[in-house]
Write a protein that binds this ligand. Sequence first.
Ligand SMILES: *Cc1c(COP(=O)(O)O)cnc(C)c1O
Length: 364
Amino acid sequence: MNGDNPAPAGHGARLTIDLAALAANWRALGACAPWAECGAVVKADAYGCGLSAVAPALWRAGCRTFFVAHLSEAIAARTLLPDAALYVLNGLPPGSADAFRAHGLRPVLGTREELREWAAATEGRAPAALHVDTGMNRLGLSVAEALALAGDPVITRAGIDLLMSHLVSAERPDDPINPRQAADFARVRAAFPQMRASLANSSGTCLAHDARHDLLRPGYALFGGNPEPGQPNPMRPVVRLEATILQVRDVEAGATCGYNGRWQAPAPRRLATLSLGYADGYPRSASDHGHALVGGLPCPIVGLISMDLIILDVTGAHEARRGGIATLIGDALDIDTVGRAAGTIGYEILTGLRSRYVRSYIDH
Ligand SMILES: *Cc1c(COP(=O)(O)O)cnc(C)c1O
């Protein structure tokens, strides 16, 4: 896509983030629930894609509500999004209420202690969300605890304006936990009728109607991840990762390559060495499993991935030559495929993308 030399001289690889595709994905997810508001989860530096470019792009697309994990992430987001509603999913660290208020941030409160602390610090003058745990057993009040708080003045004193829960298994639409969580959340919601409610992450947005409520919280699918594993991916790809080919060599049958000689050529082969490795966030666990595209042709990764280098079997890929390009993410190779090859999920591939790459953002 970028012609030769994917990275400027002196760099190993280029990461290209398509902000127009990101905005299109946000609009497409919102269209799944036209009655609801579509927010955006931009924790972990916007899933590795760079908060400082992603947050303003989503704002320009019309997004007004954002979620991050940590207070520090929210403070960084505030400088980029002066007028957005910013929620902090990991809640209120002890003694941090003043910092939240100073930056106009909204904690997602998940314990009675957090509720009390926020209520005492704000006396109803600053909004917050209430997290109800409907099955994750990770963060939030239990359903029983939440129901017991209906009508309790602490809810008003804590400025609660959003009721939230998180789905355990939304990417598996047939998992019976989905309707159980939806039913429990609906029960809690009925006990707080004046409040807005949010349950759906990316995959939840694709589930049945009753997961969507008033505010969607997609993250992964915004960045091109497939919210419906096993189905064709409805999202536009956002991330492209390309590395330079440093050398091409021909090896005899029986030759090995890489550390520990773990791969052995079954026949004469042509190998290409790429200028990126696990120190760039490309997972070493994809050794012998992953592939890259050279001239559109899938070329398997052979041998162990090194810190700064990857070896491909480019036999048959006639475009493989010094200074050429290999695509590690992009075109027919999506982040879910790379995640599977590495024995993990696309989320971990995205959030592992490192600062070592030359990054470029495109917006058309
Ligand atoms: C990360 C997160 C999301 C976004 O989930 P995706 O699967 O990336 O869409 C939504 N809600 C909560 C509570 C989260 O932690």
